[in-house]
Design a protein around this ligand. Structure first.
Ligand SMILES: *Cc1c(COP(=O)(O)O)cnc(C)c1O
Length: 401
């Protein structure tokens, strides 16, 4: 008989009763170092007192009123995001896919309302991940995710990530914009070279089309700035955020320039829960912590510590690992052995990580992770590697899974 909870995930047989900082603890007291952070979501770790107090306090006052009324917590959050970024205005929703959908709608509408209604198509990239709604499946373009779900939504053209010639060739009179992750997360922690982002910006300006960044995973402090684009010297026209934005409370956001956002007038787009008082209180609490002086220095220092440790490990065991990639606390260990087998070995050593594309093990700890916890995590990852350092053993373990 099928499980009551629909089995759309191949879940690890682990259930956590509580969390403290970077640690998750099972009912029977086993402790796991959470270097996956709920897929780059739990940016402040578990049980962060400021976030907990903000959410509990807001829950007691009022959780939800709908967007038929003003929401002061959301107004304040939007003002702070505008002050900290390129954006002039922000729309709040509930997930990354929903943010991306709204972002593409915004791009299409801006084209339609500036006399270019034929410009409806987005250029997307191989290896991308933009979510699981029907349109974002198309934007993602991975045949494995599209299988069995009928005709893909039209309007998304794919080119190789990082290939500017292919981008230029793909721009047509129907192109409305370019949708790109500054660092592909699910695709395997693949960084877009800074020059590539600059060239995309230049191409968008040249053609009068819009640059849309999907920072659902790499945004909200993960790479050592509030958003990853802030290290590239360019600014997008629109940007989506979600995952870490409210520290584990579900929320998404679309940040946009006025020139794009102004066409999404009253009644043109909406969402029942988006930016409700509870979510906005969570996100404001996350921003309180992230905008404290020194927070991003901490992310960069812990990221450098972790990356150096992983690089040393890869150097020591080239039979297991090819190297390390990524920025800040968004890192990927490129495996020689199957990443899922090594991930399982890490679980046995009490450290949680996430498999990603290109046989990469994604390591995305809470941004508040301590120096001692990074050292501890590295020691655990090393132990997991040592016990599998004969490649045949690892391959057999993979087969058994
Ligand atoms: C996770 C993710 C999404 C989808 O977000 P959901 O909240 O799962 O809908 C979109 N884009 C990127 C880059 C992501 O990492």
């Amino acid at each position: 008989m099928m499980p009551s909870l629909m089995p759309t995930y191949a879940r690890e047989n682990l259930a956590f009763a509580r969390g403290e900082g970077a640690w998750l603890i099972t009912e029977d007291g086993r402790r796991y170092l959470d270097f996956g952070a709920g897929i780059a979501v739990s940016s402040l770790g578990h049980g962060h007192p400021h976030l907990v107090a903000a959410i509990a306090g807001q829950a007691a006052r009022v959780m939800h009123v709908s967007n038929l009324y003003r929401v002061p917590e959301a107004e304040r959050l939007a003002e702070r995001l505008v002050a900290a970024t390129f954006a002039d205005s922000v729309f709040f929703c509930n997930s990354g896919a929903e943010a991306n959908e709204g972002m593409v709608k915004m791009v299409r509408r801006a084209m339609a309302k500036t006399g270019r209604p034929e410009r409806t198509r987005m250029i997307c990239f191989e290896g991308a991940f933009h979510g699981r709604t029907l349109a974002m499946l198309s934007a993602t373009g991975n045949p494995k995710y599209l299988d069995g779900f009928g005709p893909p939504v039209d309007g998304f053209d794919h080119v190789p990530f990082g290939n500017m010639n292919a981008v230029r060739d793909a721009i047509t009179p129907q192109t409305a914009g370019i949708l790109v992750e500054p660092i592909q997360g699910e695709g395997g922690v693949r960084e877009a070279p800074v020059n590539f982002l600059r060239d995309l910006r230049a191409a968008c300006d040249e053609w009068g089309i819009l640059l849309a960044l999907d920072e659902v995973q790499c945004g909200m402090g993960r790479t050592g700035t509030l958003f990853a684009y802030q290290q590239s010297g360019i600014e997008p026209d629109v940007l989506s955020a979600a995952k870490g934005i409210a520290g584990g409370f579900p929320m998404g956001a679309i940040l946009a320039r006025e020139s794009v956002a102004k066409y999404l007038t009253a009644g043109t787009h909406g969402t029942t829960f988006g930016g409700n008082p509870l979510a906005a209180a969570g996100a404001n609490a996350v921003l309180d912590v992230m905008l404290e002086p020194g927070f991003f220095d901490h992310v960069l220092a812990r990221g450098a510590q972790l990356k150096a440790g992983l690089a040393a490990l890869a150097h020591e065991m080239p039979d297991l690992f090819e190297g390390v990639r990524g920025r800040g606390l968004m890192l990927g260990l490129k495996c020689v052995v199957p990443n899922t087998a090594f991930q399982a070995a890490c679980v046995e050593e009490g450290v949680l990580t996430i498999a990603a594309g290109e046989n990469v093990l994604r390591i995305v700890p809470p941004l508040v992770v301590s120096e001692a916890d990074v050292s501890d995590g590295l020691a655990r990852i090393r132990r997991a590697a040592l016990r599998h350092h004969v490649p045949d053993t690892v391959l057999r373990a993979a087969g058994a899974r």
